[in-house]
Design a protein around this ligand. Structure first.
Ligand code: ZN
Length: 252
């Protein structure tokens, strides 16, 4: 929490990143919750309203909502983001990165972030990242949360290249990649992983800050097509998919 607020001073743009702390997010647990939300039980109205079908597994009898799978869908978007978040964790990011004083307007922010990555690579650093922009909890502006693969960049060097604004860079501890990655996109995924706390408004705010997407990543972050990463991850978690899925048109 901000000591500044307790002292009653006016919050100005904050370059402090001490709110970027480790969280105990467990992506497997989050996934279990999401999967448990997916089956349509009686009286469960939560489903994708942009399609008129459900998916039925003929072998297991499991019925789940059909999906449009676009970010702007309040049902599919957070789940899509969660899928990429978990995929981003599964390729073992080496570091957590935070950048302060990110512009609110997404096009400006994206340009600064892309420029930073380009300059880092020109200096010989290997820099691939998975990132999202978030409002500071104190309402003092915006920051970037990211996980990174590639070279270690000293904090001082990163600060210089980020125009003197305060960065944060720290190693992801063994086995903590899931929590670090969950932290990046929590603005989009808490809507589904925390039982809908706060409703969908936070999710749509996240989309606004991130140019309509749940997360962004550099071309080399996944090292292969992201759909292949997602598939491998699902097979590892649940085994090869069983049974035959068919579309079932919903009763009106
Ligand atoms: Zn949808």
């Amino acid at each position: 929490m901000s000591r500044r607020d307790e002292e009653g001073r006016e919050p100005g743009p904050s370059s402090s990143l001490d709110y970027i702390r480790d969280t105990e997010g467990d992506p497997r647990r989050a996934l279990a919750i999401v999967e448990s939300l997916n089956p349509i039980s009686e009286g469960d109205s939560e489903r994708c309203e942009r399609v008129n079908f459900d998916l039925l597994n003929l072998d297991t009898g499991l019925r789940v909502s059909g999906r449009c799978d676009v970010y702007r869908c309040g049902y599919c978007g957070p789940r899509k983001t969660l899928r990429y978040q978990q995929a981003a964790a599964s390729v073992n990011p080496a570091r957590r990165v935070g950048l302060s004083l990110v512009p609110e307007r997404f096009t400006h922010a994206r340009k600064q972030l892309n420029d930073l990555a380009i300059r880092l690579r020109k200096k010989g650093y290997e820099w691939e990242w998975f990132w999202a922009i978030e409002r500071n909890p104190e309402g003092t502006g915006y920051h970037l949360g990211a996980v990174q693969k590639g070279s270690y960049v000293p904090q001082r060097e990163l600060e210089r290249m980020w125009g003197g604004r305060i960065p944060y860079i720290d190693a992801v501890k063994d086995g903590r990649g899931g929590g670090a990655t969950a932290y990046v996109t929590k603005g989009a995924t808490h809507y589904v992983t925390k039982g809908g706390l706060g409703g969908p408004e936070g999710y749509y705010e996240h989309l606004r800050l991130n140019g309509g997407r749940g997360a962004h990543w550099s071309r080399g972050y996944f090292g292969q097509p992201v759909t292949d990463v997602v598939h491998a991850m699902r097979v590892e978690q649940f085994g090869e998919p069983e049974g035959q899925w068919v579309k079932v048109v919903r009763d009106l």
